[in-house]
Design a protein around this ligand. Sequence first.
Ligand SMILES: Nc1ncnc2c1ncn2[C@@H]1O[C@H](COP(=O)(O)OP(=O)(O)OP(=O)(O)O)[C@@H](O)[C@H]1O
Length: 350
Amino acid sequence: MVFNLRTFSFTESDEDDPTPPKSFSLKELRVATHDFSHRNVVGGGDFGMVYRGHLADGSQVVVKRAFIIDQEREENFGREMQVARSVSTHPNVVSLRGFCRTKRELLLVYPLMIHNSLASNLGAQSERPTGPLDWTTRTRIALGAATGLAHLHDQGNFRIMHRHICPHSILLNSQFEAVITGFCSSVIMHKRNVQGRTIKSQVEDSVVSGSSSQTYHCYDDVYVDNHIHGVNGFIAPEYRNTGKCTLKNDVSPTGERFLGSSLDRRLGTFFRRCSGNYVEKEAEGLVRLALLCAHENPSVRPEMSEVVRMLESQFLQRDTSSRSSWSQSECDSTPYYSFPPSPSPMGIAP
Ligand SMILES: Nc1ncnc2c1ncn2[C@@H]1O[C@H](COP(=O)(O)OP(=O)(O)OP(=O)(O)O)[C@@H](O)[C@H]1O
């Protein structure tokens, strides 16, 4: 029995706690990536370029490299480190292998996800030689991504808001399971105890980060951001308009984009490309859930844990029962765990 300082509770073992990220030398990462050869570039984002590499122990990794250090990248680096040190291990959340800091560069090392991002497997940008993702894979990706996000949202005494969820931040491993990445904009919200003090995670205090000061936010406060983070088209309307951060900010792009993305960025494109290769009732249910998540009123949006339950009841049931697809009567008998019923013309944002 172990007392967990992060969750303030006893657990059977601490095996879910993350292994502390390793401090790499720049030389090790240069060797791993063939001196950051452009042939090894697998992506890029706000932080910098992302290179594929091989470590000396034979493992395949990516190295995210910022070779211009400014305040924004320092903060991004700090946030990635904070999340990595705080979040417990989960198969749908990427874990930081290590980092490197020099006077001129900031580098983050993650395990390589062989199928890159969801974005690179969808629509017109798809590099897939084998054609569009099949329906079962898409539904597994939707469920995996929702599970990863729900895990971030529920970390015992604190919650992690991702704030940058989009098809580029959902990676696909060798089994095409979704793995959430991209914590450059994430915020950790802590619980307040009875004395009004912020209970914060012990592990965070040991974070090796460049940022000189840490601000701790309580999740029962409304945290207002004066710099809007996120990708255009993937930002919850209330956050874009007011800067107010809540976990429901993550649910909106979830609906608009990744559940929608499980179908495809443009539904018409998906239905054409899959030429009937999907389960109609499931696709309908997914569209309804996506619309509910993207509702303009955040209080109407479900929590991520509810999204997971709805998806599980839909897709896991399919695997274990003889029923071929969902029906309205099944939905009626299990209202909480089922996909939402068809929207009324009022109330659901287009
Ligand atoms: N572990 C990984 N394995 C394979 N490809 C990756 C991995 N991490 C990132 N990539 C590729 O690099 C792209 C950018 O990564 P990421 O979203 O982490 O960068 P970023 O936008 O700089 O980060 P952030 O979202 O934190 O600002 C991804 O969309 C993906 O194509």
